[in-house]
Design a protein around this ligand. Structure first.
Ligand code: GLC
Length: 563
């Protein structure tokens, strides 16, 4: 008799299918009325996030920071900025989120600190060649008197990636590297002390119950120590040059050793802790970050950058699923974040690809058809949420918010604006504080009578607030709520794979399980829906048994009943 063995598949860890909601803290909800979002505001809105149906929140940096780059310039990795609250409040927030079944992912920024970090002050006060300087990337300049930067690297925000310091004796001195703003000096990851200090910071927050970290600029930490010239002259603002072979400061082999160590730190804790990498690297290099002893997940930015075009998207999805399957990692989809123009706006333009920009660094300045962009955003949300793996939502996408492109120049805070000589407006347009309720600004963002929000909100957001949309069946908010509920309840979403189905030109159709299908119609022609399948959800109203243009449908069938 053949021996029977019962194979019990271990339950997949939560993060492999999680929907994570990105909280850009300063723009989420203001609890104390100073015009800036904070932990108190977030705590008050946790029930909203639970009702929305997300599995976790990712909170952008909440650490003490001079805010030269919205908090991505950290002065102390183990404390809370007073503008956001206190450590006690942070701990209570984590406990409250957990009590509601929402996990908490923090943002860690290991590539650079703030120039107000204690280490940088010590480096400036110390001599060239000192251990204090060795925590950063200090070098003598080129030229007769060291008056030229050590090499030609450029800051992501515009201008050169080097700033010259004044030595303690008052003379012009060495240069330090900053791949972002001058207030964000790059750390030297060859330093043992840097490494162990970051491990201590991870532990500090894991000890407080956080479920994971999003790793900022995960591909940037290690530099070719010979600092070779790149041979570039122009300002490449936010072009990550992911395609260049053997880049001297992106995607260096040495980063992997760091993440292997971090993985061990995570695994020394109970429960499933997760890392998600912001790694702008060539798609075929991404799996290297997700080997079993490294990070768990990484954003698929090809999906975010893709044009609203079926063949391109199919390719991107295919590659995203296939390449990560090689290392047994789930894909992680995302449509928007705090660094890119909101997708309602991107999709409302003739040229929807993120890669092409106008002179302002935003997608083509051509008029936006917001109705079209919204329709596509709804279809894109159902496409993304039907894919295997996890997904990240950016706060406000569930409200259908768009990029605010007419912010007055004097309110712009993104360092890109100044560093580009006021030619590139930067990312403030996707960071405008959320509308929660009411008919007048700040639309419930902060308490009545408080300071105005740190960026002004469009008057039309009265009709986009959470309160306004709540219970309105055709609203974006209700679409997200329903989609997230079905995704949780329907067994068809459990599988880690997808199978493409034959479909008419301009339609993407795939099966997630024998009982669950998804189809997106990108073509102008209505697509007849199969009669023997039930409609679970559509991104817009369907009439006459056909799927209209720019609409996604979830279908269930195969004789299976709804759970
Ligand atoms: C990442 C962040 C971005 C920040 C940069 C520097 O790309 O997402 O907001 O400006 O890193 O830390």
């Amino acid at each position: 008799m053949p021996r029977t063995r019962i194979h019990q598949k271990p339950a997949a860890p939560w993060w492999s299918t999680a929907v994570v909601y990105q909280v850009y803290l300063r723009s989420f909800a203001d609890g104390n009325g100073d015009g800036v979002g904070d932990i108190a505001g977030l705590r008050a809105r946790l029930p909203y996030l639970r009702e929305l149906g997300v599995d976790a929140v990712w909170i952008t940096p909440w650490y003490p920071s001079p805010m030269a780059d919205g908090g991505y310039d950290i002065a102390d990795y183990r404390a809370i900025d007073p503008a956001f609250g206190t450590l006690a409040e942070a701990e209570e927030m984590i406990a409250e989120a957990h009590a509601l079944g929402v996990r908490v992912v923090l943002d860690i920024v290991p590539n650079h600190t703030s120039d107000r970090h204690r280490w940088f002050a010590e480096a400036l006060a110390a001599a060239p060649g000192s251990p204090e300087r060795d925590r950063y990337v200090f070098r003598d300049g080129r030229g007769e008197a060291g008056e030229l930067p050590p090499n030609d690297w450029r800051s992501e925000f515009g201008g050169r990636a080097w700033t010259r310091v004044t030595e303690p004796d008052g003379t012009p001195g060495q240069w330090y590297l900053h791949l972002f703003a001058a207030e964000q000096p790059d750390l030297n990851w060859a330093s043992r002390e840097v490494r162990s200090d970051f491990e201590a910071s991870l532990r500090f927050w894991f000890d407080r119950g956080v479920d994971g970290f999003r790793i900022d600029v995960a591909h940037g930490l290690v530099k070719d120590h010979t600092l070779p010239d790149l041979g570039i002259a122009d300002d490449a603002v936010f072009e990550h040059e992911g395609g260049k072979e053997d880049h001297p400061h992106w995607d260096q082999e040495g980063v992997h050793e760091i993440y292997q160590t971090w993985r061990k730190v995570a695994e020394s804790y109970a429960g499933d802790r997760v890392f998600v990498a912001e790694a702008h690297v060539r798609e075929d290099r991404l799996p290297l970050y997700l080997r079993q002893d490294e990070l768990h997940t990484a954003f698929n930015f090809a999906f975010l950058k893709s044009a609203w075009e079926p063949n391109v998207l199919r390719e991107v999805i295919d590659r995203g699923v296939r390449t990560l399957a090689e290392v047994g990692a789930p894909p992680t989809w995302v449509l928007s974040n705090h660094d890119v123009p909101r997708h309602v706006t991107r999709y409302g333009r003739r040229d929807t690809a993120l890669g092409r920009r106008d002179e302002n660094g935003r997608p083509g300045a051509a008029a936006t058809d917001r109705a079209l962009g919204t329709r596509r955003a709804r279809a894109a949300a159902l496409l993304m949420l039907a894919l295997p793996g996890g997904a990240y939502l950016y706060q406000g996408e569930e409200l259908g918010l768009w990029e605010v492109e007419d912010l007055p120049a004097d309110v712009l805070r993104d360092p890109t604006w100044e560093r580009s000589g006021r030619t590139v407006r930067g990312r403030d347009g996707c960071r405008v504080p959320l509308p929660w309720s009411g008919s007048d600004a700040p639309f419930g963002f902060g308490p009545a009578g408080g300071e105005a929000p740190w960026l002004p909100q469009p008057a039309e957001w009265e009709y986009f607030s959470a309160q306004f949309q709540s219970g309105a069946p055709a609203s974006m908010l209700e679409l997200y709520r329903t989609a997230l509920r079905l995704r949780r309840e329907q067994p068809g979403f459990d599988s880690g794979t997808l199978r493409w189905l034959d479909a008419p030109e301009g339609v993407l159709a795939f099966e997630r399980s024998p009982v669950l299908r998804c189809a997106v119609n990108f073509s102008g022609d209505p697509m007849p829906l199969p009669r023997d399948w039930g409609v679970l959800l559509t991104s817009d109203r369907i009439t006459g048994g056909t799927l209209p243009a720019d609409t996604t449908v979830w279908l269930w069938g195969g004789g299976a009943a709804l759970r």
